[in-house]
Design a binder for this molecule. Structure first.
Ligand code: SF4
Length: 387
């Protein structure tokens, strides 16, 4: 639940800035390196145009959160960020004080830019710290060291009301004591929110090639599970319990934008490779846009949007997605909402079987959630319930 007690799923706006200074070897996001300066005014104009098209599709709506993700949005000039936020407010109703997050990399941080983002309306920063030890930062291909990360954290804390940062764990050679100590150190610096992801080897990444060539060994499943348990125990003890499988916050400091996804709310996605899911004419539409930045730009300039695909979901597909997203949350899923969408309740028999195995648990009569053990095998739990 948010600080204001609001559990409505919400309507978010996601803006994808697709450029990075370098490609990290583990990354499979839609991020691109350009050796020539990016024409920011031209991209900003295209964002504005695509927003106008999305606004025609969604109709008038009240925005509950805005998220500038990437890529590396902190490579944008503050004026570009300000222009994008103004454009959101021109197209939809944006109440004062809603959460406006910008992702930033410690290496692309400058005090002046941070002040500029704050003046433009950003009130929350999510920093890609990833590790608090220099050897692992190098292994992860990051362009910053620990000293720079800590400096960026301090600067963010003194500039923005809210701060989150990301760490990647289950790294090669990382033992339990080292991770627990690093996590304690992170919490000493964290303002109110941490995103803690296990390192995974994704298709098409440089890590996939290196891993297949035997250049490093990943922790086995048991070791990774123990690191996951440590993550939950340490954050819980320090007052930032998990509210989602990989996200931890002081109560009331949860990311409202990410809650839009997990509570199966609606969002528009604008920019290269952005995804959206919103209700149009009473049905939930999925959109995704051209991933290549210049290709997206050409499409938007030619026809007002870069949408290259999507679908209209059936009620039962919506119910499956609700299950998939909602069981990631500690608050669980709203069973009456599931039933209203799918036209049938979840199987009581299957719930009981999973409960007997210690993988799910009811919360009162209206909610069901995965237990800590269930979270580790969440895909299997979801598949079982959705059958
Ligand atoms: S900075 Fe982030 S988005 Fe860019 S390559 Fe690295 S992990 Fe991917």
């Amino acid at each position: 639940m948010n600080a204001d007690g609001d559990r409505t799923p919400g309507f978010g706006v996601y803006l994808h800035w697709p450029f990075c200074a370098a490609k990290c070897p583990y990354c499979d996001f839609n991020s691109h390196v350009r050796h020539q300066p990016v024409d920011q005014p031209r991209f900003a104009a295209a964002f504005r145009r695509e927003m106008a098209t999305m606004r025609e599709r969604t109709g008038p709506r009240t925005v509950t959160s805005i998220f500038l993700g990437g890529g590396t949005p902190s490579l944008m000039e503050p004026g570009t960020v300000g222009g994008l936020l103004d454009a959101v407010a021109e197209h939809w109703d944006v109440p004062d004080g809603i959460e406006v997050t910008l992702e930033a990399n410690p290496s692309s941080v400058e005090a002046d830019r941070f002040r500029g983002y704050r003046a433009a309306g950003v009130n929350r920063v999510s920093l890609g710290v990833q590790a608090l030890n220099d050897r692992d930062l190098k292994f992860l291909g990051r362009r910053h060291n620990v000293a720079e990360a800590l400096k960026a954290i301090e600067l963010a804390r003194s500039t923005f009301p809210r701060l989150s940062f990301d760490l990647i764990y289950a790294r090669p050679g990382q033992d339990e004591a080292a991770w627990a100590a690093e996590l304690e150190q992170a919490i000493d610096h964290a303002a109110d929110h941490l995103s803690l992801y296990q390192l995974t080897i994704e298709d098409g990444t440089r890590f996939q090639l290196l891993h297949e060539a035997g250049k490093f060994v990943m922790p086995d499943a048991d070791h990774a599970a123990r690191l996951y348990e440590i993550t939950h125990a340490v954050t819980e003890a320090r007052g930032l319990p998990a509210y989602e499988i990989s996200n931890h916050a002081r109560p009331g400091a949860e990311s409202r934008h990410n809650l839009v996804y997990w509570r199966y709310g609606e969002y528009v996605g604008v920019g290269p490779g952005a995804h959206g899911r919103f209700v149009q004419d009473g049905r939930r539409h999925v959109t995704f846009t051209e991933k290549m930045p210049e290709g997206w730009l050409d499409l938007v300039e030619a026809k007002g949007h870069g949408v290259t695909g999507g679908e209209i979901l059936t009620r039962s597909e919506e119910a499956d997605e609700l299950l998939l997203m909602g069981l990631r949350l500690t608050e669980g899923i709203d069973l009456p909402r599931y039933e209203a969408l799918s036209g049938r309740p979840l199987s009581g028999r299957r719930i009981m079987d999973l409960q007997d195995e210690g993988l799910v648990e009811p919360i009162g009569n209206t909610h069901l959630r995965a237990t800590a053990r269930g979270m580790i095998v969440l895909d299997a739990v979801v598949a079982d319930l959705a059958r």
